[in-house]
Ligand binder design. Structure first.
Ligand SMILES: NC(=O)c1ccc[n+]([C@@H]2O[C@H](COP(=O)([O-])OP(=O)(O)OC[C@H]3O[C@@H](n4cnc5c(N)ncnc54)[C@H](O)[C@@H]3O)[C@@H](O)[C@H]2O)c1
Length: 258
């Protein structure tokens, strides 16, 4: 049985939930060896157990994306275990709303450090490892909020806008150094993951109305599914995307096309 990323070694940050989790499953189904990393140890280990039960090569490693040493240790362990690193998905992130006039510097820094600093540290650690195997693919999850602004999400939008341009600059640097490492960003609209669903905390009836209303803000009339994002990430991770670098991929049911 041959998959679209057969034999490749992938590292996923934020792999215990949502988009990271769906991508870990898809990568494994398509033949990759998958290192699931997260600060949520229980959920990460649970996923890896499931993947192994299906006969996949997978391991869980604890990783807080804001910690440079932790990145070095995780990449080192993957190289020790599987001898290389081919794919990095930077999916770890938080999405907290803070009205601009009330936001503290601490709140601003919490969002920008996890979403943006974490992406920088991961990309740097991965490039250092990918140089050893003559290439690779890095996919950074930004957001539609890395392209447009909305009220109450200035820290999140700043972090995701930063991820967008950091991605392009990193891609240019890898190309200039002839590293054969591609770096691209993915910009989802609202996807039905715990990050989005935890905001619906009213009555069941009210939640159904609110979810429908949020879905209808997308011209396709619904929220996105994490598997849909995983399919795009898989494409960018695979050799099918060999001429794509420094690009931004919007997957939002038309949200930003209006
Ligand atoms: N769900 C959406 O609608 C949506 C839309 C656009 C972009 N995104 C982005 O997609 C990515 C994944 O989001 P999701 O919806 O799957 O969310 P999620 O909450 O389901 O998963 C995020 C994961 O990141 C982990 N995480 C948080 N802080 C971390 C840290 N410091 N170190 C390591 N792991 C950490 C969490 O434990 C969790 O497992 C995020 O970057 C998010 O901003 C999500």
């Amino acid at each position: 049985m041959s998959g679209r990323i057969d034999g490749k070694v992938a590292l996923i940050s934020g792999g215990a939930s949502g988009i990271g989790l769906a991508t870990a499953e898809r990568f494994a189904d398509e033949g990759a060896k998958v290192a699931v990393t997260d600060i949520n140890i229980a959920k990460g280990q649970e996923l890896v157990t499931e993947l192994r039960e299906k006969g996949h090569d997978a391991l869980f490693l604890e990783l807080d994306v804001v910690d440079a040493n932790s990145w070095r240790a995780v990449v080192g362990k993957i190289q020790e275990e599987w001898g290389r690193l081919d794919i990095l998905l930077n999916s770890a992130g938080i999405g907290r709303a803070h009205p601009l006039l009330e936001m503290t510097l601490e709140e601003w820094r919490q969002t920008t450090s996890i979403n943006l600093d974490g992406t920088f540290l991961g990309t740097q650690a991965a490039i250092r490892a990918m140089k050893d195997n003559n290439g690779g693919s890095i996919i950074n999850i930004s957001s539609v909020l890395g392209l447009i602004g909305l009220p109450n999400v200035s820290a999140y939008a700043a972090s995701k806008g930063g991820v967008r341009l950091f991605t392009k600059a990193a891609a240019m640097e890898c190309a200039e150094l002839e590293l054969n490492i591609r770096v691209n960003s993915v910009h989802p609209g609202y996807i039905e993951t715990p990050m989005v669903m935890r905001r619906f905390n009213k009555s069941e009836e009210q939640n159904a109305i609110d979810i429908k209303e949020l879905g209808q803000q997308h011209p396709l009339g619904r929220l996105g599914q994490r598997e849909e994002v995983a399919g795009l990430v898989l494409y960018l991770a695979s050799d099918e995307a060999s001429f794509i670098t420094g690009s931004e991929f919007v997957i939002d049911g038309g949200y930003t096309a209006k």
